[in-house]
Design a protein. Structure first.
Length: 627
């Protein structure tokens, strides 16, 4: 028996056409005429840049090549420099002849600056034999409709004009220009000649869009964005090229966002495993140090029971041998000492020189006799405590070192010794009076005792704010003592990353006592060999460029691989602009004094940066330093 199966009714479902997929797989139609170059459903128009700014910053092409709604093609042809040299010579002559005709100082200055720039370019081309060539930049503006294209062209033209450039419509050349911009790159001399402008190769390469792409270090942390919205992810411990150390120089007037940036930088370094030590003259980092997520060491640098450093306790100093010196340096640039006949460069011999600098800063009087008699007494005191030139200082406990009171008592005894002549006795009496306050008087609470300072955590804040109330000599000596201790902490372990932050750096500038700045200069030069970094912070670069210490302050600035400059006005901007040779655009940006915006220098890279801080971090920072 056959059973007939009922056939099911078949249905067919028809889907709507997916226009996006169709556009991807279908060949796009191309239509060109005298003024337009349309591809598929898009409307387009091709221009060339016919005029460029005379002031070309690093990455100057980036704003022109990253305009929304455009595609850009850069064409470069090398040529002989004869034509460019002739044009430069003629322009220099024209400008020099115009200078006497100008009455306004601003116009005269502008012409003089242009002449200097052109002479420098001439030198680069003639003397340094720098290559030159013609640059043609094509800009293809596209939109989904003719109306939208007109609006987009207006926006593009506005961006181009803001960069002191001009757009030229390639009328009657749209088809040829589209071939040039196509993946095949079919050349066209007619199109190239309409936009060709002569440039030195360094100017062209320095303006290439990727030059302003930001910083994206593989193991870095995010600190902000460039003016073009590119991320800045920074690893200050990365080495390569012109990034040779982890030093920072940060300057900016109050209210510029400097304190917030510094706290962000320190917090991120700490999160990435760096040991942080801060010299804090204004209590700006106390709130962050004591935050529950950090719980760092908070040290009272003005006599706290847990923050004392015994000046007479010898600390190991990093050994610098002849092979460590750079060209033009001597051992005396790092330690003011000579090889002792017995001890040589022993720990005790090295530290005695440092100790004499400490007393020189503290004493109200200093001369060769006081220095010699003090050193002799110190050596005797160490010998009385079984400490000699070759003693292993690591084997001695804190409480086994002599203290200032013992030094005072020894000098006091010598000053009353009837067996010595009056000349010696008078010198010891003078030395006794100079030591009295430290050994028996008001300053004994700072130094007369055993070392109690501890750094058992990876974040330490040395709060020296109370030192503002003490005698200038006391403050100066304590600054030096803590700075030398800080250096010993950095040099203790070559495998450990340590960032030492010196805030309010101008406090270290004393024309009569340049030893503080000299020590920091040496610090900045050597710390990279010990996996350390110096972060020097001050209000203005001129703070450390006083004539008496300019050589030292300039070295601190020059040794810093990273620099962060915040906005200001008046004399601050004049000095900052001259020091860093800022462009007009950089001066304009910094003069706007927008909080949290500044100029970041990382090696040879210069970027305008908008600092971005998470709300969580802002809560941790507290209000010290302003809000």
């Amino acid at each position: 028996m056959k059973i007939k199966l009922k056939k099911k009714k078949q249905t067919q479902q028809i889907s709507k056409v997916n226009q996006n997929i169709l556009n991807i797989i279908a060949s796009a139609g191309i239509m060109t005429n005298d003024s337009f170059a349309n591809i598929g459903d898009s409307y387009g128009k091709i221009f060339c840049i016919s005029k460029y700014s005379d002031d070309n910053d690093y990455g100057w092409l980036a704003p022109l090549c990253n305009i929304k709604g455009t595609a850009t093609c850069l064409i470069w042809h090398r040529t002989e420099p004869t034509n460019l040299i002739e044009v430069i010579d003629n322009t220099i002559g024209d400008n020099e002849s115009l200078i006497p005709t100008k009455k306004k100082d601003s116009e005269i200055q502008a012409l003089e600056d242009e002449v200097e720039d052109l002479k420098e370019m001439n030198h680069r081309i003639k003397v340094n034999d720098e290559p030159v060539g013609y640059l043609c930049a094509l800009v293809f503006v596209q939109a989904h409709s003719e109306e939208a294209l007109i609006r987009t062209i207006k926006k593009v033209n506005s961006v181009v004009l803001n960069n002191d450039c001009n757009l030229l419509n390639l009328r009657f050349k749209q088809k040829q220009a589209l071939k040039v911009m196509s993946p095949y790159g079919i050349p066209s001399d007619e199109v190239f000649n309409m936009g060709a402008q002569l440039f030195p190769m360094e100017t062209f390469l320095g303006g290439f869009p990727m030059a302003a792409a930001g910083i994206n270090d593989e193991d870095g942390y995010y600190i902000g964005k460039t003016k073009n919205g590119r991320m800045i992810i920074l690893d200050t411990w990365r080495r390569g090229g012109d990034r040779i150390n982890s030093n920072w120089f940060i300057s900016g007037p109050p209210g510029s966002g400097k304190s917030t940036f510094i706290k962000l930088l320190l917090l991120l370094e700490y999160a990435f495993g760096t040991k942080i030590i801060i010299f804090d003259p204004e209590e700006e980092y106390v709130f962050l140090t004591t935050h529950k997520d950090i719980r760092g060491n908070l040290i009272d640098g003005a006599g706290g029971a847990k923050g004392r450093i015994n000046p007479l306790q010898i600390r190991k100093l990093p050994r610098i041998d002849e092979e460590d010196l750079e060209e033009g340096e001597t051992i005396e640039d790092y330690f003011i000492y000579e090889k002792h006949e017995i001890g040589g460069y022993s720990d005790m011999a090295l530290y005695l020189q440092q100790l004499k600098v400490f007393f020189k800063m503290y004493f109200s009087e200093w001369n060769a006799d006081i220095e010699a008699y003090l050193e002799e007494t110190l050596i005797e005191l160490y010998n009385d405590n079984n400490i000699s030139w070759h003693t292993d200082i690591d084997s001695i406990k804190n409480e086994d070192w002599p203290i200032i009171k013992e030094l005072f008592v020894k000098v006091d005894i010598k000053s009353k010794d009837k067996s010595i002549d009056e000349y010696d006795k008078n010198i010891y009496k003078k030395l006794r009076s100079l030591l009295y306050a430290a050994g028996m008087g008001s300053d004994q609470f700072l130094w007369n005792g055993y070392t109690t300072i501890k750094t058992d955590k990876d974040w330490t804040d040395i709060n020296v704010s109370r030192l503002h109330e003490v005698n200038e000599r006391v403050k100066r000596a304590q600054y030096y003592l803590y700075t030398t201790w800080l250096w010993s902490e950095v040099a203790k372990n070559r495998e450990e990353k340590v960032l030492a932050a010196i805030d309010e750096g101008y406090l270290f500038v004393d024309p009569e006592y340049p030893d503080l700045m000299k020590f920091l200069r040496n610090f900045s030069k050597r710390c990279r060999k010990y996996e350390g970094g110096l972060l020097f912070i001050t209000h203005a670069s001129s703070d450390v460029l006083e004539p008496e210490v300019k050589r030292l302050g300039q070295a601190i600035i020059d040794n810093a691989c990273f620099k962060m400059i915040f906005g200001g006005d008046g004399k601050y901007m004049e000095e900052t602009s001259a020091l860093y040779k800022l462009s007009d655009r950089e001066v304009e940006m910094l003069s706007a004094r927008k909080r949290g915006k500044g100029l970041l220098m990382a090696g040879s890279i210069r970027l305008e940066i908008d600092i971005e801080v998470r709300d969580k971090y802002m809560e941790m920072f507290g209000a010290a330093g302003g809000r």
